[in-house]
Design a protein around this ligand. Sequence first.
Ligand code: B12
Length: 207
Amino acid sequence: MLKEMQDALIAGKKPEVESLVEQALDAGTPAGTILNEGLIPGMARLGVQFKNNEVFIPEVLVAARAMNAGLAKLEPHLAKAGVKPRGVVVIGTVKGDLHDIGKNLVAMMLRGNGYKIVDLGVDVAPERYVEAARANGAGVIALSALLTTTMVQMRAVVEAVEKAGLGVPVVIGGAPVTREYAGQIRAQGYAPDAASAVEEIGRIVAV
Ligand code: B12
C-alpha cells in the first residue's frame, strides 16, 4: 500500500493519496511509518525525476498538493495526546522561496508536540517574522529554505531579529542548509528533518 501511495503521490492523484493514507491508518499502520515509508520517499523519488528533467514544475506542483493533502490526513495521528502547551513558534519559508512541504511538516510535528504555531506561509520577508514574533510572544522563530539562492535570506532574518532587539532564537532548516551555515549566520539552531526539529527546538526553549 505504501508503494501504491508513492506512485499516486508522484502522479499527483490527490484523492487517491488521501484515501490510501486513510486506508493505511485504518489498517493500523503507524502514522510515522506512513510518513517515512510512504509520503517522504514518494517526494524523494519525484525529486530525482525533477532533477533529471523527467518531470517538470506543473507535475511537481500537483504532486506537492497531493503531498500536503496526505500530510493533513496524517496530522491528527502524528499529534501526541495530552501534551502541554510548550510555547509559540513562528515559522515560514524565507523570501523568494515557495517550497512549503518541509515547512508544513515541521509545523505539524511541532504542533503535535504541544507548540502553538504561527505559520506565515511562503515568501516571507524578514520584517514579517519580527512583527509576528513580537505580536505572538514567540519563543522561537523557525525558517525554511530549499534553494541555495534563498538561504541567504536567513541571514537577513537573523540580522532583523538582532536589530529589533527581540532576543528570540532563530532555528533554520531545509535541504541546502547545514549546521555550519547556521553558525556562520549566528542562527541558534538547525535540524536536518522534522523529528530532529522538535528535539532541537525543545533543547533551545528549555535553556
Ligand atoms: C516540490 C518541489 C518544488 C515545488 C514546490 C511546491 C511546494 N508547495 O512546496 C515547485 C514546483 C513550486 C518548485 C519550484 C522550484 N524549484 Co523546487 N523542488 C521541489 C522538490 C522536488 C521537493 C522538495 C520537497 O518538498 N521535499 C520534501 C520535504 C519533506 O523535504 P524538505 O523540504 O527538505 O524538508 C525537510 C528538511 O529539509 C527539514 N526542514 C525543512 N524546512 C525546515 C525548517 C526548519 C526550521 C527545520 C528545523 C527543518 C526544516 O525538515 C523537512 C522534513 O523532514 C525538490 C527536490 C528535493 N529533492 O528536495 C526541488 C528543489 C528544491 N527545487 C529546485 C529548484 C531549482 C526549483 C525552481 C528554481 C525551479 C525553476 N526553475 O523554476 C523553482 C523555485 C520556485 C521558488 N521561488 O521557490 C532545486 C533547488 C536547487 C538548489 N540547491 O537551489 C531542487 C533541489 C530540485 C533540483 N535538484 O534541481 N519546486
